[in-house]
Design a protein around this ligand. Structure first.
Ligand code: SF4
Length: 319
């Protein structure tokens, strides 16, 4: 059963550039995907691929130019008043940067309590009990002591646990985790991923997990969509996509995992996948200029086509 259905979502930005010339950035360019209840859907790709814009659209932080986002049967883009408030409670976000996402002037007790104060009418003692309970759930112990501290008194891993506790305290149905471990020491990344997975299984929560790192994607995900320049180029069951990648871009990302110097890999294979979105062709396959297999027909746009059960790709090599 789907909890999120994204249909034909499009968001373009007009950017004024030097000499007064404006450029259109097709941040999200007609993408569709569904997220099953209780599962982790991974949105993966390099910076500039449109992952974070997609997250902001789903959370109703910005409005799409086209398309719909159905959450639990309701179109998020049309919510207002009480329905919007309920949605904001049921869908929470964990940000990438545990240093910037917590107010340095507030104690941990108040940071974690704040969403409760906005969304629920509880007395102070009940709120504090809830905060201590959720701090224990995210393994911040002793909770009473942690609650009295300020963010700068905690490590990066502990701060991210605080951010998770803050997202969890309203018992949401859906969490968007935007690169939640990318700014943490490698030594604590596994612990935070284990925590997210434990919480997801314990509460049957649904995640949209956003990452550029396919090794963490496989660790947490059930399904995956690979984004490139605002498009989904490959999508499906995570094992099928990552063990048998079809799209040349997905293959390059996977090869980069084991490459000690990814920049060098991209250079050698002439697939400079980190370059800016603005420089690219605006017609046909977005990967055309960097693809070793580019053909004449790739000047047209390939559709996302199902190649096998739960595995689709947008590439003329397969259709
Ligand atoms: Fe390469 Fe053509 Fe496939 Fe695009 S459609 S990835 S240019 S082969």
């Amino acid at each position: 059963m789907n909890i999120v259905e994204v249909k034909n979502l499009r968001k373009w930005f007009k950017v004024k550039r030097i000499l007064g010339k404006s450029v259109t950035i097709k941040a999200v360019d007609g993408i569709s995907f569904n997220i099953n209840k209780g599962e982790v859907f991974v949105l993966a790709g390099e910076s500039g691929s449109g992952k974070s814009t997609t997250a902001r659209l789903i959370l109703n932080a910005i409005k799409p130019d086209e398309g719909s986002i159905i959450f639990d049967g309701n179109d998020v883009t049309k919510l207002n008043g009480k329905e919007l408030k309920r949605f904001r409670r049921e869908a929470q976000m964990i940000h990438q940067d545990p240093y910037a996402s917590l107010d340095p002037r507030m104690k941990i007790m108040d940071i974690v309590r704040e969403p409760l104060s906005i969304h629920e009418k509880k007395n102070k003692k009940e709120e504090e009990e809830e905060v201590l309970k959720v701090l224990e759930e995210v393994k911040l112990e002793p909770a009473e002591e942690i609650a009295t501290r300020y963010p700068h008194m905690l490590s990066g891993g502990q701060r991210q646990r605080v951010a998770i506790a803050r997202a969890l305290i309203l018992r949401p149905k859906f969490i968007i985790a935007d690169e939640p471990v990318s700014m943490l020491d490698i030594s604590v990344r596994g612990e935070i991923l284990d925590l997210l997975r434990d919480l997801q299984m314990r509460y049957n929560m649904t995640y949209l997990y956003i990452t550029h790192d396919l090794s963490t994607a496989r660790y947490v995900g059930n399904e995956i969509a690979i984004m490139y320049k605002g498009k989904i180029v490959e999508m499906g069951d995570i094992d099928k996509v990552l063990l048998n990648p079809l799209h040349p871009y997905t293959k390059a990302l996977i090869e980069a995992i084991s490459e000690p110097d990814p920049e060098n890999l991209y250079r050698e294979k002439n697939i400079l996948i980190n370059k800016s979105i603005i420089e690219l062709n605006d017609y046909g396959c977005k990967f055309y200029q960097r693809c070793m297999h580019a053909m004449d027909r790739c000047k047209r746009e390939p559709n996302l086509v199902e190649i096998e059960d739960k595995h689709s790709v947008a590439c003329f090599l397969y259709s």
